[in-house]
Design a protein around this ligand. Structure first.
Ligand SMILES: Nc1ncnc2c1ncn2[C@@H]1O[C@H](COP(=O)(O)OP(=O)(O)OP(=O)(O)O)[C@@H](O)[C@H]1O
Length: 360
């Protein structure tokens, strides 16, 4: 069987049934063809879809004459696999040598912004909700130590956090809201209005606890969305030095001033060796409800151009929709409250694009 024919057949498949807008060819990691035997390795961050993806591969390849179709799965992008095979660098030359993976989390994604108020937390909670509604097991960690707003947006503000003793030490059990496991420094503060001043060692300890001493439940998380504070400060650096993250998403608005900060953000993630998966442009445009006309309130966007210039991608654009803010205040992300809204659809598409970037 010809390799190109097999790849073309995989390209024609659609995975829409599980809410994914790309094909088996996009998640193909390895392929071997011997006569009519085909072995594939596919990227999938969740075991839930193994049977579905196997069936899809069989449906695509049997008509070509394939008699044996073996499908294996990986949740590692190729670059990471190469990294793990490479000889480790001398310890003293690697500032990230103590980095650890977050326990029981397959993909840890940071959501960041160069400046405050661009809708970073809104994007983080809706991204978590979009991945949840696609069937993944999702956690949300509010690491915005200076202004934790995630629990309110997820309707988890009044949830109780309980401690649990384990053979390896004490952990905090993440409560659940809308099926998403949630943890936030906000749960541990006496009131939402309490300003917290974090000094170096205390910040380091608190962040470590939030990264490594949380019980996310019996089932491993497919995705952990980490909502960072705005800017490029201590939390980001500490995070980069302590946890091995799979990538970062940068949220911006289309104004030039916000975009200047995006560049700083990309630079910072490069320095702490966290791959930037892409940029989300929030409050991009307004769709007039009377005539569906689109207004680019902040002018023509340059985000795509900047993304290209810095070797990353625009993952998607979210419109300004008053309902986004209204439902956030009520504790229900728009993706769950109004799945047919323009912004909810945009968030679902961004979740797809994110999975696609992770599979590269
Ligand atoms: N697309 C949108 N349409 C309408 N309102 C939005 C949209 N995105 C965010 N908002 C609203 O804008 C305000 C700021 O959003 P959010 O708190 O998510 O920003 P942030 O970048 O996380 O802020 P900070 O970094 O200061 O915590 C909120 O009231 C939110 O509901």
């Amino acid at each position: 069987m010809a390799l190109q024919g097999v790849i073309d057949a995989l390209k024609k498949t659609t995975l829409e049934e599980i809410g994914i807008s790309f094909s088996l060819a996009d998640i193909l990691r390895d392929i071997k063809i011997e006569g009519t035997d085909v072995s594939l390795v596919l990227f999938s961050p969740s075991e839930k879809y193994y049977d579905f993806l196997r069936k899809k591969a069989e449906e695509a390849l049997k008509p070509l004459g394939a008699t044996k179709i073996d499908v294996e799965f990986t949740d590692q992008p190729p670059a990471q696999r190469q990294q793990t095979q490479a000889p480790p660098p001398p310890p003293q030359e690697n500032p990230f040598e103590n980095r650890r993976r977050i326990p029981k989390v397959k993909k840890a994604i940071a959501v960041a912004s160069g400046k405050g108020g661009v809708g970073k937390s809104t994007v983080a909670v809706n991204l978590a909700a979009a991945l949840k509604s696609k069937g993944y097991n999702v956690g949300y960690l509010d690491a915005d130590m200076y202004g934790p707003s995630g629990p309110t947006m997820l309707g988890a503000k009044d949830k109780q956090v309980i401690g649990k003793q384990t053979p390896t030490g004490d952990v905090l059990v993440a409560p659940e809201s809308h099926g998403i496991k949630v943890m936030s420094i906000g749960f541990l503060l006496p009131s939402e209005d309490t300003p917290v001043i974090w000094r170096g060692p205390v910040l380091f300890k608190a962040l470590n606890q939030f990264l490594f001493e949380i019980d996310w439940g019996d089932e491993e998380l497919d995705f952990l969305i980490i909502d960072l504070p705005p800017g490029t400060g201590d939390v980001q650096i500490t995070l980069g030095q302590t946890a091995e993250l799979d990538g970062a998403v940068i949220v911006t608005t289309p104004q030039d001033v916000a975009l200047i900060d995006v560049k700083k953000g990309i630079q910072m993630f490069k320095e702490v060796e966290i791959p930037v998966l892409g940029i989300v442009e929030n409050m991009s445009y307004f769709v007039c409800p009377d005539n569906n006309k689109i207004y680019e309130i902040f002018g023509k966007s340059k985000t795509e151009e900047i993304a290209k210039q810095y070797g990353t991608k625009l993952l998607g654009k979210i419109p300004i929709e008053p309902k986004v803010a209204e439902f956030s205040d009520l504790g229900v992300p728009i993706v769950l409250a109004k799945p047919d809204s323009n912004s909810a659809k945009a968030f679902m598409q961004i979740a797809d694009n994110l999975i696609k970037e992770l599979s590269k």
